[in-house]
Design a binder for this molecule. Structure first.
Ligand code: GTP
Ligand code: SPV
Ligand code: MN
Length: 597
């Protein structure tokens, strides 16, 4: 095997992979346009991609996964740390030796008759002090083409790496896409990820959730930085000043939408603007001035398609107009373009659904997901460079200083539209107690409320009690330079189950209050859970919403929150003696505050 590097750890591992997988061919992916073009053609020939209308959607393709393989599989995702205790109560664990043996026996010989693609990539701008290197081997052209969008693939990363052993090994093998033998495994102490029997995004684009969150969260803990499931945006005010915020919402709870929002017209006219730095993952480190700096380690967006349209998320839609791979959306045979629920009201008359079967719009029933043309977790993989509002800081390695951290989720009744935590420790409590209704982004029931601390439940690569402690320690180091911590909820419903808050672009109204709070410009009411806006401080200009409705979603209800506190107590029991004492104290404070209400 001719190598592209003299790094002994890389060459040793690649030789082991070759011996294990026994491919017919080996191809290094270099990130060049010529190679990408050839691979696209290859994928079309193999039937892995369908070429779309190249006039309307240049460089765009459609892919359909196996119907048994459409989302992340949390019950088959493992953290194989040396001891079970270090994986903690929220992760599946298996002894690493046992798991290596099992996975190697599944993967053995699986590349026979196939090509082993070697993808050297950087998470973060190549050479940035916050960036890290990974190498993924895969037998899927679809994975290669997606990694070319989602990460920075280049042989240059090997130069940056030199002889260092600080790189993440990633083995992906599609095998037979057998759900019974599907495993997504992480070995944090070995910087290694192994994924077998899947071809779906979050399970196989190993730079994303596997590396940039599960492995990186562990590295951040050991090295004193943070890897979080957060979007990063810059809010520009009429004076031209830009303030950055990072926000953690669970999967399919609105990160991509918030990251790219277009402010309401009256704010646009005043000169407000949003710049996107990232839509899913944030790596954050304390900078030389003592503030928290964030980079987006990714190079593209793996966004949820359903619901994306020119009104809800114009910038995301624009991002998908060239060089994009659509996965599990519908194919409009009329003009060979794509369609999904919520794209527009023109249900295609002549279309194939996400499984490739003829779709009958007459049978479509919004309430019955099985009649959908696109899978509820269908996605697009779009280059970040396509995004009309991509921040000029996106490609810079230094990162952006974070003024506010925002937690949030889908809560029909409990959390108010927005509130501010009392301080960093209280903010860590708010994040640790977060809950949200489950979505189609992971296999399993949808709409069930579950605790999802910091939106990291499926992504934390170590014991979550230690993770909370790490957050507390970061706060101590940051001191008075720490970002302020907030919580938002766009998903409060009325008695008929309709969302009360208009959401999307109108979330800007809430962001403005958040920034004003950071700058000491807005007032607030102190409540049992934190600082809630005075209703008149949320600007409702041009909105069809009265004060009473707004008050209804700012309300902190004593009974609802008393029950919430009990549930948090239950949730906390899982962490045993690794739950930081500060957080137990926070819970006791909350209970005492509620009792006084
Ligand atoms: P992942 O990529 O899975 O991490 O998801 P995400 O957090 O980026 O979620 P995304 O922005 O893709 O939104 C998911 C779904 O929530 C889409 O169907 C959106 O239309 C919907 N959504 C996003 N923002 C809002 C909002 O402000 N209000 C309402 N009601 N729905 C929203
Ligand atoms: C998520 O589920 O949070 C995603 C999509 O962003 S995946 O890459 O599948 O994890
Ligand atoms: Mn996500």
């Amino acid at each position: 095997m001719t190598s592209k590097t003299s790094n002994p750890t890389v060459n040793k591992w690649l030789q082991e992979m070759k011996d294990l997988l026994t491919p017919d061919n080996i191809v290094w992916i270099d990130g060049s346009d010529e190679q990408r073009e050839a691979l696209r053609e290859e994928a079309v020939k193999l039937g892995e991609l369908t070429k779309l209308n190249q006039e309307k959607l240049p460089g765009c393709y459609l892919h359909r996964t196996n119907p048994n393989d459409v989302a992340r599989v949390e019950d088959r995702t493992f953290i194989c740390s040396k001891t079970k205790e270090n994986a903690g109560p929220t992760n599946n664990w298996c002894d690493p030796d046992e798991m290596y043996e099992k996975l190697y026996s599944i993967a053995k010989g699986s590349y026979k008759g196939r090509t082993m693609y070697i993808i050297p990539y950087s998470m973060g701008p190549i050479g940035s002090p916050l960036a890290k290197v990974g190498i993924e081997v895969t037998d899927s052209v679809y994975v290669v083409l997606n990694m070319l969008i989602m990460t920075r693939v280049s042989l240059k990363v090997l130069e940056v790496l030199g002889d260092s052993n600080d790189w993440v090994r990633g083995l992906h093998s599609r095998c037979d896409v057998d759900p019974e033998k599907r495993y997504i495994c992480h070995f944090p102490e070995d910087n290694t990820i192994i994924s077998v029997n899947s071809g779906y995004g979050g399970n196989v684009l190993l730079g994303k959730k596997c590396f940039a969150l599960r492995i990186a969260s562990y590295q951040g803990w050991k090295e004193g930085w943070m890897a979080e499931h957060m979007l990063i945006l810059g809010l520009q005010n009429p004076k031209g000043e830009v303030k950055y915020v990072a926000a953690a919402f669970p999967s399919a709870c609105g990160k991509t939408n918030l990251a790219m929002l277009i402010p309401p017209e009256y704010l646009r006219k005043k000169g407000y603007k949003i710049w996107t730095v990232g839509d899913d993952i944030s790596w954050m480190k304390i900078g030389p001035d003592g503030r928290l700096y964030a980079i987006n380690p990714e190079n593209g967006f793996f966004g949820v398609a359903p619901g994306t349209n020119e009104h809800s998320n114009f910038n995301a839609l624009e991002s998908t107009k060239k060089d994009t791979i659509f996965t599990n959306v519908a194919l409009d045979l009329n003009d060979n373009t794509v369609w999904w629920e919520g794209l527009n009201k023109n249900l295609p008359e002549n279309a194939l659904d996400w499984k490739g079967n003829p779709w009958d719009p007459a049978k479509f029933n919004k309430a019955d997901k099985t009649t959908c043309a696109a899978h509820p977790n269908s996605r697009f993989t779009a280059p970040a460079a396509n995004c009309p509002c991509i921040s000029e800081e996106f490609d810079k390695g230094a990162g952006v200083p974070i003024s506010a951290i925002i937690f949030g989720g889908r809560r029909a009744k409990c959390a108010p539209l927005v509130y501010q935590s009392k301080d960093w420790v209280n903010g860590v409590f708010v994040g640790s107690a977060m809950a949200s209704e489950t979505t189609a982004a992971a296999a399993g029931a949808v709409g069930v409320v579950r605790r999802d601390p910091m939106a990291m439940l499926p992504f934390c690569g170590y014991h979550m009690g230690d993770y909370f402690q790490h957050w507390l320690e970061m706060g101590e180091k940051l001191g008075d330079k720490a970002p302020k911590i907030f919580n938002v909820n766009w998903f409060r419903t009325d008695d008929e189950g309709n969302f009360v808050w208009p959401g999307f672009g109108d979330n800007m109204r809430v962001l403005n209050w958040i920034i004003d709070r950071c700058e000491g410009k807005a007032d607030a009411t102190e409540t049992a859970i934190g600082y809630v806006p005075k209703p008149e401080d949320i600007d409702l200009t041009d909105l069809d919403m009265d004060m009473d409705t707004l008050k209804s979603i700012l309300k902190v209800d004593k009974d609802v929150w008393t029950k919430e506190a009990e549930e948090i107590e239950e949730h906390y029991k899982k962490f045993g003696d690794r739950l930081p004492e500060e957080l137990s104290e926070q819970l006791a404070n909350l209970k005492a505050n509620l009792a006084k209400m």
